[in-house]
Design a protein around this ligand. Structure first.
Ligand code: SUG
Length: 450
């Protein structure tokens, strides 16, 4: 049976802005309170999806969330009609309003952890939405993420949905950004690698400057819920020094695809031990692991964080071999470009091609190519069910409609002061309502249900 890794990308929402909300995310802090261009952001994301679809790689689309998020503002004591809630929040709690306006649901690598049916004891695809409790603006995503994922992956014969873990730091879960998978081919059983950064149980070193977002307990809980066989799971600690250098998620410093792991030597607490543990745990497969490791002298960690090289997408090409889809910031950095070219010219690994993609708008908030996609491995019948149950698989006509939809509805400029304008909520809801028709999703937003 054919099996595909489908990248589902988050469409950038209409309120895309720079509010510097994410602690430990250096790009977001540097660009705080500058002007954003939501239209350009959404088009850049859509072009990335189209590029991969044009290469014959199956590509999905996930809708953005309803922002400004009026519900959380009401829970925090603002009342009246929606416009009045927004005006009051803008006047007395602009920080809260900014958090409720973030378009951060675009980074769907943080939407959920997904385990393919080849890895699970009941042969179902298991999905757990991330609870994201370490940053307020992200913690409000989980409930709507659940609704969307249940709608898109709705066939109960194939998909098992779990609730987000309880929303606290003990169970802090950032989804697929801290989850990797090694396998000989996407349809074969894999080793699920959970990368944690906080642990209450072990005497584990912690970052000193920035928050550790992913807990070991969350990783273990997800692996249990997903019915991963004990010998097919591995828990690895992220290096606190990498977090303090700005790698708030593991996917800022490591990316895997099939049996290739591309990473910076500073990604894990101990790279030698990590490689050894992976090789041992992966011994159920006859396939060797290709480690492509950047040392500090090859390519400094600071450069990895500023260029997001390891946040590239590492993709199996339909004709064989792999390609790296890197952010265009890597083309502009000599050390990143040289490092990537060296990988592509090294015949001992399967990577033969490098492409660059301009995601400047998202990158300014610390979100690169890999942050914008959720990888879902689907067998042919699972894929057919998804393609039948809504219209979230990108083809030429959906691309054209989404492009026209973005050009019709998105603003070209948002400055911090614009977030208090209730017109933005109206514009956003008009657009999202239309989007649910384009994607054949039916009513998924609370505002469509009243
Ligand atoms: O959670 N940025 C996101 C970026 C997420 C990137 N995702 C992955 N690495 N998978 C975050 O830090 C910035 C929003 C703001 O500041 O307005 C933000 O939330």
């Amino acid at each position: 049976m054919s099996t595909y890794e489908v990248n589902f990308d988050g469409l950038v929402g209409l309120t895309h802005n720079y509010s510097g909300l994410a602690t430990g995310n250096i790009a977001a802090a540097e660009n705080a309170l500058t002007e954003s261009n939501p239209r350009q952001a959404a088009l850049q994301g859509l072009e990335k999806m189209k590029r991969l679809a044009d290469l014959g790689i199956r590509q999905g689309v996930l809708p953005p969330q309803d922002r400004p998020a009026v519900g959380p503002l009401r829970k925090l004591g603002f009342s009246g009609n929606d416009a009045s809630v927004i005006r009051q929040a803008a006047a007395v709690a602009p920080g809260l309003l900014r958090a409720c306006c973030s378009a951060s649901s675009m980074w769907v690598a943080n939407a959920a952890t997904v385990s393919p049916s080849a890895d699970t004891e009941d042969a179902k695809v298991h999905i757990t939405p991330a609870n994201l409790p370490s940053q307020f603006h992200r913690s409000i995503e989980a409930a709507a993420t659940s609704v969307v994922l249940k709608r898109v992956f709705s066939d109960e014969r194939f998909f098992e949905h779990h609730d987000p873990l309880p929303p606290n730091l003990y169970c802090a879960d950032e989804g697929a950004a801290n989850h990797m998978r090694l396998c000989s081919a996407h349809g074969e059983p894999g080793l699920e690698v959970f990368v944690f950064s906080r642990s209450t149980r072990r005497d584990a070193p912690q970052p000193l400057k920035f928050p550790a977002r992913q807990s070991l307990d969350a990783c273990e809980a997800i692996s249990r819920l997903h019915k991963i066989k004990p010998e097919r799971q591995l828990f690895v600690q992220q290096n606190p020094a990498a977090i303090d250098a700005g790698a708030f998620h593991n996917d800022v410093v490591a990316v895997s695809n099939c049996n290739v792991l591309l990473y910076h030597e500073a990604a894990f607490l101990d790279w030698r031990e990590t490689e050894k543990a992976m090789v041992e745990a992966f011994n159920f497969s006859s396939c060797p692991v290709h480690f492509i490791r950047a040392s500090e002298s090859d390519f400094p960690l600071a450069e990895a964080v500023s260029t997001y090289l390891f946040n590239s997408q590492l993709i199996s090409l339909p004709g064989g071999g792999m390609m790296i889809l890197a952010p265009s910031e890597c083309r502009n950095s000599d050390s990143a470009r040289i490092f990537l070219e060296r990988i592509a010219s090294d015949a001992s690994n399967p990577i033969s091609r490098i492409e660059y993609v301009n995601l400047r708008q998202s990158m300014r908030n610390g979100g690169g190519p890999a942050c914008l996609r959720l990888r879902v491995v689907l067998t042919e019948p699972q894929f057919d069910a998804v393609a039948r149950d809504s219209r979230t698989i990108l083809d030429q006509s959906l691309y054209g409609e989404l492009k026209a939809w973005i050009e019709k509805h998105y603003r070209e400029r948002i400055s911090p002061g614009d977030l208090g304008d209730p017109a933005l909520l109206r514009e956003s809801r008009t657009a999202l309502d239309e989007l649910t028709h384009i994607l054949s999703l039916g009513p998924i937003y609370d505002f469509q249900k009243v």
